[in-house]
Unconditional design. Structure first.
Length: 242
């Protein structure tokens, strides 16, 4: 365990389950105090309910976090949705599904970044980590066109924000999980045949855990990553290396 998070103040979106919940746990274990934000009320001491696709709610969540913590050093834009029963290849994709997916996954990341950056700049700097997906870089999630496109947008956002804010003391990085054992994947992960097929695609031979992704987020958020900005870190067991 490093010491680059001791005393830090953080806000994490999508904190009620999966990677977000594991990230809150990891940051707190390493000494940070965390505001946990989710569209459903997270089960944490400092819990804030907000829809990241709605700017007034996002702004209110940051006001609440700043009131409670006195400032922010770390912001993790993690909240995301996936509609596997309705996301489709483009010729069959309903515009409403496209827009709802981008509203949360990309606009939500932007709004979290916008208000998070304002808060961190007031304190002289900090670290923003955005959670994307390897599906945003490679066509590995065929038929999930809205989700894949939204996550590609997150990667582009990370790069431009890193360039925009480096001289003002804010590092911006992205984490790109691969196939991970989270509730978002409930639609297939409990099916032994589908799970075996997924594991067969991964060089490490298994699906990742939320805790393994959270460990990389925690590193990038910490002072231990003080010379890392504009990076996109894959956490996928080698899936996109072959």
């Amino acid at each position: 365990m490093g010491h680059g998070l001791r005393g830090k103040r953080a806000l994490v979106t999508g904190a009620a389950s999966g990677i977000g919940r594991a990230t809150v746990e990891r940051l707190e274990r390493e000494g940070a105090t965390v505001a946990a934000v989710d569209v459903t009320t997270p089960d944490w001491p400092l819990a804030i309910t907000a829809d990241v696709g709605d700017e007034p709610q996002v702004e209110a969540s940051f006001i609440a976090a700043l009131d409670a913590l006195g400032g922010l050093d770390i912001v993790v834009a993690n909240a995301a949705v996936q509609f596997p029963d309705r996301d489709e290849r483009a010729d069959r994709l309903d515009l409403d599904v496209w827009q709802r997916t981008l509203e949360t996954n990309l606009t939500g990341a932007f709004l979290t970044a916008k208000h998070g950056l304002k808060a961190m700049l007031e304190d002289g700097g900090g670290s923003l980590v955005c959670v994307g997906s390897v599906a945003g870089h490679f066509g590995i999630a065929s038929g999930l066109d809205a989700y894949s496109a939204s996550k590609s947008g997150v990667a582009g956002l990370v790069r431009v924000l890193a360039a925009d804010y480096a001289r003002e003391g804010v590092r911006v990085n992205g984490v790109l999980p691969g196939i991970t054992d989270t509730p978002m994947n409930d639609w297939w992960r409990h099916d032994p045949e589908q799970r075996a097929q997924a594991e067969e695609r991964i060089p490490l031979g298994r699906i990742g855990t939320p805790e393994e992704v959270a460990a990389v987020i925690a590193f990038l958020a910490s002072d231990d990553a003080s010379y890392v900005t504009g990076a996109l870190w894959t956490v996928d067991g080698g899936l996109t290396a072959v």
